[in-house]
Design a protein around this ligand. Sequence first.
Ligand code: ADP
Length: 543
Amino acid sequence: MLGLMQDWPLLCHRIIDHAATNAGDQPVISRSIEGPMHTTNYAEIRRRALRVAQRLERDGVRLGDRVATLAWNSWRHLESWYGILGIGAIYHTVNPRLFTDQIVWIINHAEDRVIMTDVTFLPLLEKIADQIPTIERTIVYCDSAHMPQTSLRNAVPYEDWLAEADGDFAWKSFDENTAAGMCYTSGTTGGPKGVVYSHRSNVLHAMTALRPDMIGLSGRDIAMPVVPLFHANGWAIGFAAPMAGAALVLPGQKLDGPSIYQLLTDYKVTCTAAVPTVWLGLLQDLEKTGGKLPNLRRVVIGGSACPRAMISTFQNVYGVEVTHAWGMTEMSPLGTTCSLKAEYAALKGDALLDVLQKQGHSPFCVEMKITDDQGRRIPWDGKTFGRLKVRGPAVAKAYFKDDSNILDEEGFFDTGDVGTIDRYGYLNITDRSKDVIKSGGEWISSIELENLAVGHPKVAEAAVIGVRHPKWDERPLLVIVLKPGEKASKEELLAFLEGKIAKWWMPDDVAFVKEIPHTATGKILKTALRAQFKDYVLPSAAA
Ligand code: ADP
């Protein structure tokens, strides 16, 4: 017997319909690329999104076609998303921080037909124009007065293009499993891979993100996603904020400390989200200026591990709650958030920070397991670490145009992360599976060693990699970049780790380098570092 409930497909454009009807006057405030602040609201965003949909259709864009966006967070970017979604086309967010040849590769792989972009990125697009033949038209987020001279064929100012549609248009309806959006992983561990979200997965994921234990927005919130829409599906905020009827502040291109502080203050932002680097910039600025954050209730920090000192400063100096989040492009992207369950609610001081530093627990819609190398589940004891695998309605089951099976026999996706889970379900990421050091059959966490080593006052950056060893398979090598003008010995650095780690975790050697290679998104590029040290002979191996 089937249930007797209505068939109401979970389509993303229903979110903007809901916001326009129930929170139509809620402001959407952007720092425009032209400079001045711009204010609109959800009702107007929906009206313009309908025109985007109508206009795209007139250009021949149809169900399943990919429309790239290469753009900062702004009202135009947001209304384009909904316009694209409303005809069943697919928004493909291109990350401008990728290397140019990766951008060319993913636009070709996605076969994008149209690209919507900010003036900022015209020089880049002009440079690669003859390498991206599938692009028929470039729509530039500006009016004709701000449109620069460009050699791009078929480039039009967005406002002129949009003015050719009157908005007398109805959204299309289709199956909720239809593709909605595309985002390529930035290739931390290999080439970019295309993740394809569906309308259903985006809607369910936004509802999940709205739980109080996750991003937790209400109609009284003023949310500022500093995380760009092009980074891992914009952390769901482009859907979650209008779903909740929360006001939005979109920071455009300026993500430095003073610019972010100005928006937080001027618009009384209550909830914001970004990677640790952004918050480092803000906190450094606040330290200089003595600024305060009286309106900010919560800051969501993820994308890489949030340093303990950052959590402590936000909470203890500024009275702002930190929600440490872990996730990945393949998970839409939120996987876990670190809010306090009843068991931990009374913790204070260091014990509280110990918990808040973890990546947190999973919501309904994300199932986790940790396994050993043979795929056997290992216990949730907070100590044993294993490969982290996940399952859920907003988790990828395959990559775009790629036949390889990425799920195990239980339908779990291997995140490539390694971690522990404690008895209350709190995940602690200890490594990437390709980076964990396997010494005599046991695993050593490179991340934990790195976090400790950067605590040394003379160290600017630290990386730990496994180097071949005749007896132990691999032993850890600590690679160090010293702060300018500093000198330090191997013995001094190793002595600093003593007592903080198990004896057998102690790196066998220290290598001092001028710089450590990074990926386009700023993560340490371990593959390159391992290649650099592939012939390195540890003193313990030579003996
Ligand atoms: P990109 O490589 O483009 O940044 P993702 O955002 O998908 O792509 O990266 C996801 C990976 O980032 C995760 O698998 C994990 O290794 C790392 N990561 C994300 N959040 C955290 C966190 N809070 N702590 C530690 N690692 C994190």
